[in-house]
Every structure is written in structure tokens, then in C-alpha cells.
Design a binder for this molecule. Structure first.
Ligand code: FPP
Length: 492
């Protein structure tokens, strides 16, 4: 199995982060060029109603226009001002610095050479700052308009390979008196340095093909003799052929969202997306210690808090736990009442923890069976945490058969012909992917009516450990067991 090593830094650079944060506060706007070169970010913005245009003339009068992180030429700024457009400038501060340097060279009457790709919008924006910019090739061609030994200013696109910049500046110095403000931005350079220093045999760059800094990172990896992969979507990650790769370094371009990075790494490390747990053995744990069963449930609740943290640290996106089954109502009233008040007490007390750790809380089960007080606590917590991505789902008064019957009745009421996919829409949490791994503690080898529909293709892990004694090491054993399995899902 390929070992996965995360190369630091990765994720959004400060300039891109600021551009996206600025954009997310806007609605009903036009964006000149891609805000940043990442298709996931662009997809998110399109879903919010952003319209992307290639020229300032495509923005209607009176509209708001966003200048992308790559910057624009002064001509574009003037056109926007002349047409009284409202401008939101998301130009990366690093790019703005390069514009200022080019402007300064031009003001001093120096010819300006721009290193980079003349087809890239960042290059074109910088070029607009000077009267007759030259490319590296033009400056060194025999037909160069510059006299041997002439003084000139050199700037560079911020996402270039730092080695190429140094080499090109050195080449220019063989013919001219060069003043340079050419520097690759720190975020780009640090990532390139990490790729160069990485001792493994292959590097995966997570980023879009349209992203110059992501492509450059892959070039840097290839230039140091490593295999280089570039993937911009989860489909591309899933399609990677890592045969023969012993250690894969994973990095990302400066415009790649952390969400995609985390999903890709989880997939590559075979970490399950969704873990479900049958937390069994609280009663026996208490009895073994001469305590009341309720003490076992309290200890189990403490373990659950830890497990939620451990799952979060491992990139597990969904954790579902079986806290109370439709059958558990048959237990003595004292135990049932104790459990219900434990749920209400803990969920209320932990509200701020859920918010701080950005965990969305959800309940699955028959809500009508719960007391108004407990239901109110649950629904308030659900509402407060609804915006978070990572999910903690607690099954209370839950039965797999009950869920299927409830879904079937809802489907009949809706009058829909049933397929597996339409039926799924009537389950308690239809948007949650099926559990990849179901863990059951306390040595019992049954599903006990848990997630009957959803666990059709789940992997199971059983342990004799009683739930209150479940440890981080035990979780890792379950995850290692899962990672070693080959999930055929009916195929070969
Ligand atoms: C099964 O063990 C466990 C339960 C029925 C309750 C689980 C509940 C918690 C761990 C608390 C969760 C708290 C929140 C806030 C969701 P058992 O009682 O059947 O044990 P036994 O088989 O040894 O009798």
C-alpha cells in the first residue's frame, strides 16, 4: 500500500483566502476572469449566482464587478471607472506589489521585461502597467530592441517556478544591467521547496489544470526526478494509478480548498468517510464494577465525546452512534428515564463545544417518541449547528425496520413509484452517505436493527471491549482493519 505523506504548507494562500472571503460576502455580481484558478471554488461561486466574464465590456452598466486575485491592467480600471461600475478589488497583495514595481521601472524610463506566461491574465495585467513590455524570449532574441548592456527592470508572474526565475534573471544579466523586483510569492516558493525536499518517489499536486502555480508544482516534482500527478477533482483522485508508488507526497496549489484536500487525503489513506458505532456494553461495564447501570451510560457518554474528537482528527466526516433503539423502551423505566435525561443534559451542556469544533449535530429516529423537553434540546442544537460540514448523528428511538417502514409510508403518501434511489429520499437522513464502517463493541456479533438499509455494503468491525473502555488505539485498529479490506460491493 502506498504511504501518504502530507507536504506543508498546503491549502489556500493568504491572497486567495482573502479574495474568496471577500467574494463570499457578495451577491449578484460579475467577476472579471476566474476569481481564482480552481474549478471547485468557481463552482461554489456560480452556485451563489456569480457571473464570470472575460472582458470589462461584458459587464452591464451599473453592475458590480469583482477584479480577480490575478489583478487587472490600468486600462481595465479606467474602463470600469468611466462606466461607473462598482468595483470590488480582490487582487492578491503580492500581485499588486509586482504591478507597483513594474510601474516604478516604467516611471524611471527603464524598459521592463516580464517573466512568465504571456497568455496568463496575471501577466497581461502587469503588462498593462508599462508602455512596451518585453518577454524573456524577446529580450534575449537577436532581434531584441535593447542595446547590449542596457539597464532594464525585471518583474515576474508570482506563480513561476522560483528556480526558473533565478535562471532567467541570470541569463538576462549576461547581456544587460538588470534591476530586478522578480520574486516568486512566498506561498508558491514554500510549496516548491517542500516538493524539492521531499524524499519519496511521487508527488500528487491537488489543484486545477488551469492553475499556473499547481502546474508549476507538478513541474518542480518532475524536475527532481519524481513521478508527478495533478488532480483537480475527486474523480481524478479516484482514477490515479499509484501502482509502484511507495511513498506519495501530497501538496496543493495556493487556490485549492482545504475541503478538497481533506477529502482527497482521506480517500488516499483509506480513511472511511462515515463511521457508525453500536456502543454496547455500558451495563456490563457498570455491573463489573458494582455500580448502577446508569453509571455505565455516563462513562459511555464520556467515551463518546472522546471518540467524536478522535474521528474529527482523522478526517472522518460523519459519525453515527446508536444511543437508544426502538427496543430499548422495554428497559426498566428508571434506566430509560436516566438515559433520556442524560441525553438532554449532555446535549445542552455541550452546545458550545459543537459550535467551537464546527460539528453539525443531527438526530435520527422517531422524534414523536421523545419528551417535548428532549426534543426541544435536540432541535435547538440541530438548528444552531446546521451550517457545519462535519456531522455527528445520534440515533435515538431508532430502529432500522422502523426507519424503512416510516420511509415506505412517507413514499406512499407522496405517491411516488419506488426505486432504491427514490426510496432513499424518505430515510431519516437521506443526504448522509452510507456508513463505510460499522463498529460494534462488547463482543456481540449482531446488527441489532441498526441502519439496516444504509449498511448494506458496510464493513463491520467487532471488538470484545466494552464501550466505556473503547480507546483511541482501538479506533485505530478498526480503521487499519478497514483500510486493509478490498471493498468489492458485488463486483470482482
Ligand atoms: C448499550 O449498552 C448502550 C446504550 C443503550 C446507551 C448508549 C448511550 C450513551 C453511550 C450515551 C450517549 C450520550 C449522548 C449524549 C448521545 P447496554 O446498556 O446495552 O450495555 P449491556 O449490553 O452491557 O447491558
Amino acid at each position: 500500500m502506498t504511504r501518504i505523506e502530507i507536504l506543508e504548507p498546503h491549502g489556500l494562500c493568504a491572497g486567495v483566502n482573502a479574495a474568496i472571503a471577500k467574494a463570499l460576502t457578495l451577491r449578484d455580481v460579475y467577476c472579471l476572469h476566474a476569481l481564482v484558478h480552481n474549478e471547485i471554488v468557481i463552482g461554489d461561486l456560480k452556485a451563489l449566482g456569480f457571473r464570470f466574464v472575460d472582458g470589462i465590456e461584458d459587464v452591464p452598466d451599473g453592475a458590480t464587478v469583482v477584479f480577480s486575485a490575478h489583478g487587472v491592467s490600468p486600462r481595465v480600471r479606467e474602463a470600469a471607472a468611466a462606466r461607473h461600475l462598482t468595483v470590488v478589488d480582490a487582487t492578491c497583495p503580492y500581485v499588486a506589489k509586482v504591478h507597483a514595481a513594474a510601474r516604478d521601472f516604467a516611471r524611471r524610463g527603464l524598459p521592463v521585461v516580464i517573466l512568465g506566461d504571456p497568455d496568463h491574465v496575471e501577466f497581461q495585467g502587469i503588462a498593462g502597467e508599462v508602455p512596451a513590455p518585453l518577454t524573456f524570449a524577446e529580450a534575449l532574441s537577436p532581434a531584441s530592441p535593447l542595446a547590449e548592456g542596457a539597464r532594464l527592470g525585471v518583474v515576474a508572474q508570482t506563480t513561476m517556478n522560483a528556480d526558473d526565475v533565478a535562471r532567467q534573471v541570470a541569463d538576462l544579466r549576461t547581456r544587460y544591467a538588470v534591476e530586478t523586483a522578480a520574486e516568486v510569492c512566498r506561498a508558491t516558493k514554500e510549496r516548491q521547496d517542500a516538493v524539492r525536499a521531499f524524499a519519496g518517489d511521487a508527488v500528487l499536486v491537488l489543484g486545477s489544470r488551469t492553475s499556473a502555480n499547481s502546474r508549476r508544482l507538478a513541474d518542480v516534482a518532475a524536475a527532481t526526478g519524481k513521478r508527478a500527478f495533478l488532480a483537480g477533482t475527486m474523480d481524478e483522485v479516484r482514477a490515479l494509478d499509484l501502482a509502484g508508488v511507495a511513498t506519495l507526497g501530497v501538496t496543493s496549489g495556493a487556490s485549492t480548498p482545504e475541503r478538497f484536500f481533506a477529502d482527497a487525503v482521506r480517500f488516499l489513506k483509506h480513511v472511511p468517510q462515515h463511521v457508525a458505532i453500536i456502543m454496547d456494553g455500558n451495563g456490563r461495564w457498570a455491573t463489573q464494577r458494582g455500580k448502577a447501570r446508569g453509571e455505565g451510560h455516563k462513562a459511555g457518554a464520556k467515551t463518546l465525546g472522546d471518540v467524536l474528537d478522535w474521528c474529527g482528527a482523522r478526517g472522518i466526516r460523519y459519525l453515527t452512534v446508536y444511543a437508544f433503539s426502538t427496543e430499548n423502551w422495554k428497559r426498566p423505566k428508571e434506566e430509560v428515564d436516566g438515559l433520556m435525561s442524560l441525553f438532554a443534559r449532555i446535549l445542552k451542556a455541550k452546545e458550545s463545544r459543537f459550535v467551537e469544533s464546527e460539528v453539525r449535530f443531527r438526530m435520527v429516529g422517531r422524534r414523536g417518541d421523545l419528551s417535548p423537553n428532549l426534543l426541544a434540546v435536540i432541535e435547538a442544537l440541530e438548528a444552531k449547528t446546521a451550517r457545519f460540514e462535519r456531522q455527528f448523528i445520534v440515533a435515538i428511538s431508532y430502529g432500522g425496520r422502523a426507519e424503512i417502514v416510516d420511509a415506505a409510508n412517507a413514499a406512499i403518501r407522496a405517491g411516488e413509484p419506488l426505486t432504491e434511489e427514490t426510496f432513499r429520499r424518505f430515510l431519516y437522513a437521506p443526504d448522509v452517505p452510507d456508513p463505510d464502517l460499522v463498529i460494534r463493541t462488547s463482543g456481540e456479533l449482531r446488527t441489532s436493527n441498526f441502519l439496516l438499509w444504509e449498511s448494506a455494503y458496510s464493513e463491520y468491525y467487532f471488538t470484545d471491549t466494552l464501550w466505556p473502555d473503547f480507546t483511541e488505539a482501538e479506533l485505530d485498529r478498526a480503521l487499519a482493519s478497514y483500510a486493509a479490506r478490498h471493498r468489492r460491493k458485488g463486483g470482482v
